[in-house]
Design a protein around this ligand. Sequence first.
Ligand code: NAP
Length: 494
Amino acid sequence: MSAKRYQMFIDGEWVDSRKEETIDVVNPTTERVIASVPKTDREQAKTALEAAEEAQPKWEDLPPIRRASFLSKTAQLLLRDKERLARLLTSEQGKPLYEARSEIEGAASNFEYYAEFARRIEGDVLPSDNPRQTVMILKLPIGVVVSITPWNFPSATVARKLAPALITGNTVVTKPSSNTPLSTIEMVRLMDEAGFPKGVVNAVTGSGSEVGDELVTNKITGLITMTGSTEAGRTIMNHASNHLPKLVLELGGKAPFIVWHDADIPWALKCAIWARFWNCGQTCICSERMYVDEKVKDKFVPAFVRMVKDLRLGNPLEPDTDLGPMVSRKERETSMGFVQRAKEEGDKIIIGGDKPSRPAKGWFFEPTVIEDVKQDSSLVQDEIFGPVVPILEVDSFDKAIDFANDSKYGLASYVFTKDSTRVLKAMNRIKFGESYINQVGPEQLQGAHTGFRQSGLGAEGSRYGLECYTQLKTCYVDWNDKPNLPYLFPYKGR
Ligand code: NAP
């Protein structure tokens, strides 16, 4: 059976690449090509931007409540097609089907949530320093928004960008990761069915370095909202400096997971498993380094390892599977490289560290726990986007916080303690965009998803995420019958 050929969506039309080149999409479980998408170029990316630019003024003119109807319809269609979309997501990304289903629900919730803001894109009305004048701050659309997304949540990350961008009156061009473009294309197909006007939503496929770069550097682009690695975020920021578009960057993470002796240990153990091995460790908020109180380490670590041993690797379509494959051979090699270097440096691999003997096919990697790791090692300092976790013993809560903050990343963090003073200390002293205290994610729509340090710029989710897609404009309005000139300038008229 030949692989299905997908098309891109530009200016209301489903199109192939101009050069008819394609990119293969491979199922990480079977290692088979399941589909192809157009491998487009700079010229076609520019055409998509021009279509979005052309469509924007009319879209901005529609009252937000009318724009909201298209978002709500998209949410309904995503839920109508949930099972089909979840299976497609699993086939291109490898996450267990139940996780894929919940990702599609999450994508739908983003459209519902931001549709509800239609009557709440609020500005300010302020008193003026001058008589009979009013100061008003409006929130206007920016214009054309470019959305660039990663492979780990190919549906939710796109919805989280498109929904706030569109409700605030912007038009969009979205580019998914070349690893997992199908979920985005199918979402845009449903947006087409929902009746979005021509040119309001466009989707292009191709490499970040060419197609992504055109979207980033083209002067039509008013805002770039990108989720991906810190490295690509930095390149985007550099290249975008030619025309200074606004930037929302959701980048890499290295979440610390602190367990204190007064925590509910059985609960902390379960959470430690979820927080690290969710989506095979390929989640930006995954726990990536554990700091365990020396008072409980001897109890906690063996219990954690027993639970890791019980994790079931396998076909992500099977209901009993805990971990599917990693998304690609390249990602697996990167994670294995970390473990190899740790072995060479004498770190203690307690479990895992290799490809499993079963399943024979697929980019599976054993869940791996490494003990007695040093704070300044690469295992603790660099993002490991796979099922590998280093554990460190600490002898004071303050030291655990210092170690947590000793990172170029600042996205998510986890703390397990029942002591209220420690909870408050963690809330104030852990300098990360999110702290999960005695619980795990995922993040919720009303929360602001944002990163300290090199984990990003701006926010997603919440009203703060919405505001990133608006441009502030202040109007000074005079309503004097006989207007007065401002006081600062001596000219009185001639
Ligand atoms: P990535 O390699 O940085 O790619 C992300 C997207 O950027 C892809 O669509 C990629 O295109 C594109 N891209 C790469 N270089 C570009 C450039 N120079 N100009 C324009 N676009 C460019 O990241 P990934 O491997 O897909 O995803 C994993 C990373 O995402 C991890 O670091 C993870 O922490 C991060 N992440 C962060 C969050 C968050 O909310 N903070 C959420 C999810 C994931 P191609 O790949 O198609 O070339």
